[in-house]
Design a protein around this ligand. Structure first.
Ligand code: BDR
Ligand code: CA
Length: 355
């Protein structure tokens, strides 16, 4: 099994990242750290413990991390996730096990360093503050782990798959501002630190909006998750998950004009750790496909405030450059095996139902 640590800000999409990392038979989830983002740290932490209880995995330890960015105040996404970070269902259980008090970065370092060298993946589906703190305080973790998988950023071509509503698609590449994706925008300094890190930038896989907007939770997907492959599996957990999906389907339609179904974003950063998922080709504007070995240099625009970004500045934008063949850098898959993804997610849900 591949040891994984999940750093997240649940969050509707993060819920599915937790499900996939806790129940995929090839993964061993060591622990979860929470971060500010979709909602306040206290909400994302409570939500993580509640989700783990709901899916029958309350034994997975949860550690709260940073409540604001490296240098910036926190920004929350109430318009997408509601005030709790996980609005839309009354079925979330009271956590069976509370979160732990040990600082997140200490727990992450201890867990990751206890795995055999070059085996563990760190998966980040929220702001990158905890991850930046971890590698600053424990630099030895960078050479120890196998990889870092991040859901974040945008290259600029996802509108070919799912136009982003109100702003003319050609003029918009981000979801939280014209240029920026939410996880990167809320802590651009943390993101830029990681993309420039001399060891990590060669071990990082980035799953940008270009990829996540290909994987929409359509009505068919929602029906599969509600009733299972044979149509007879409905449980309280499934109803809860589909209520969560329905909530952010509505906000996605209102805010972004995506009516086919919302992208699930975060579990794709978990799927990217598994063999054989990535590599299905999609075009990236300006980049000719160079095969599975293509790598990128990534920088983040750090000038400007969150308000500036809302006013049209490029704050939080991921700027990528395709590297010459053979050079090491960030891996940005061009796509994902979408039908296999939904099938694997459903298998995990069946496993959770049977606990
Ligand atoms: C990301 O931002 C959050 O709203 C989601 O949880 C996801 O991690 C998408 O931009
Ligand atoms: Ca998230």
């Amino acid at each position: 099994k591949i040891p994984v640590w999940l750093d997240c800000d649940p969050g509707h999409q993060d819920t599915f990242a937790i499900l996939l990392s806790a129940y995929h038979p090839s993964l061993s989830l060591l622990g979860i750290s929470t971060v500010h983002g979709n909602s306040s740290l206290s909400h994302t932490t409570y939500n993580a413990t509640s989700i783990l209880t709901a899916i029958g995995a309350p034994h997975i330890p949860v550690y709260p991390g940073a409540s604001s960015g490296l240098t910036r105040p926190a920004v929350h996404a109430d318009a997408i996730h509601g005030a709790s970070g996980l609005d839309g269902t009354a079925l979330l259980p009271v956590p069976a096990v509370p979160h732990l008090e040990e600082p997140a970065i200490d727990a992450m370092a201890a867990a990751l360093l206890s795995t055999p060298k070059d085996t563990a993946w760190l998966i980040a589906t929220g702001a990158l503050t905890n991850i930046a703190h971890l590698f600053t305080s424990y630099p030895e973790v960078a050479s120890h782990i196998r990889g870092l998988s991040i859901m974040g950023g945008s290259i600029g071509n996802h509108f070919t798959a799912a136009p982003l509503g109100k702003v003319d698609a050609k003029e918009r590449i981000g979801n939280w501002s014209q240029w920026a994706e939410f996880n990167i925008l809320v802590d651009p300094e943390a993101a830029d630190f990681l993309f420039q890190h001399p060891v990590l930038n060669k071990k990082t896989t980035l799953i940008p909006l270009d990829v996540t907007h290909l994987v929409l939770a359509t009505k068919n997907v929602q029906a599969l998750l509600l009733d299972g492959k044979d149509g007879k599996q409905r449980t309280t957990l499934r109803v809860m998950l589909v209520e969560l999906l329905t909530f952010f389907a509505k906000t996605y339609a209102e805010v972004f004009g995506i009516t086919e179904g919302p992208p699930l974003h975060d579990p794709l950063a978990v799927a990217a750790v598994l063999d054989g998922f990535t590599g299905v080709q999609i075009p990236f504007r300006d980049f000719e496909h160079k095969g599975e070995r293509e790598r990128y240099a990534v920088r983040v625009v750090t000038e400007g405030s969150h308000g500036d970004a809302q006013a049209g500045a490029e704050t939080g934008r991921t700027v990528v450059k395709l590297l010459p063949e053979g050079e090491e850098g960030v891996k940005i898959p061009r796509g994902l095996d979408i039908s296999r993804f939904w099938s694997v997610l459903e298998d995990c849900l069946e496993r959770a139902d049977n606990v």
